[in-house]
Design a protein around this ligand. Sequence first.
Ligand code: COA
Length: 367
Amino acid sequence: MDTSSYKPGLEGVIAGISAVSMVDAEKNELLYRGYDIHDLVEHCTMDEVAYLLLYGELPDEATLEAFNQRIRMDREVPPALYDLFRALPNTAHPMDRLKAAVALLATFLPEDETNLRKAERLYAKLPTLVCASWRISQGQEPVVPDPNLDHSASFFHLLTGTPRTDYLAHVFNVTQILYAEHGFNASTFAARVTVSTLSDLYSGVVSAIGTLKGPLHGGANEAAMEMLQEIGSPENAQEWVRDALVQKKKIMGFGHREYKHGDERAKIVKGYAKELAERTGNALWWEISEIVEAEMLAAKKLHPNLDFPVASVYYLMELPIPVYTPIFVLSRITGWSAHIIEQLENNRIIRPGHLYNGLEKRSLAPR
Ligand code: COA
């Protein structure tokens, strides 16, 4: 068997052409529709970035106002969704509850709308679903969405009953922008594969949610926090990492298929992890993280990816660990949708070949 054309994990294979974002691993640069993520997190809200990713340009004031109106008035979900959350086991992972919810929600939404409108609907309704799912699993009532709040303030309102517009809301906004889009990552690719069959946007998003859940992808933010908890103390950190590497374990929140010299997104959030440690007076996770990071660099030349600092940042925001990956969905829905729309604008079914290593042809004896 000639395996020379086979690339495990499709590493280095060009699987499409896209104008949504540019990842330049050599320059450590990430651009959304041409804008550097550093500029976006400094000057924009997630709502503006959502518009940028979906429509290709940043909105002017009037356009943003109209977009906000559409999103904020569309946060409510059919009551059947709350019934679904009550019917599902409380112990089911929030990503599985979300996957079921988006599949059900899709059956209530008009089929004949544009994909942009469908994408807006999901961007509006996903926070309601994620937060209601979590609250119901914890024996609490869901919160009725407030159309006066922006994406970040509304998220805290839907999760806790109280909106936030303070420093924590700002940090949340930054993480949402950084989670919004990232080229041909696994979940985006899954979404593109799904719609390349001319299936619908909602089906593409359900595929993407299932793909994001894995700990090698979006699930790494939860796994990274669980790892920090298991390490428990700065004194334990170096030995813990060394032992894990001897056992050939993956250290969650480290490494990346594209970035080999560090992930700019992680560097941005790391600054907030430090500041939050100072503001909250809880430096434990910061101290452990610093040792894990130094050890990983020394032992494997691997840098943290975005999920590593996000884990401790969300923990210090007192967000429940099982909703970290669903939170990722709340902004990545814009990147997924932009890619789905782009795929369908110039579609060809995505259907790669494979090498066969099964049995030789054999005869079937009469039975
Ligand atoms: N911990 C320990 N070793 C790691 C590692 C990690 N997090 N990430 C990569 N490596 C090692 C691999 O074991 C391999 O070493 P080897 O050559 O000695 O066998 C080498 O680095 C190359 O890694 P590989 O797994 O082939 O890279 P990939 O491009 O296939 O995988 C990831 C990329 C992101 C899936 C991988 O780095 C990983 O599993 N990271 C942890 C999960 C995570 O944080 N995911 C979120 C990504 S944003």
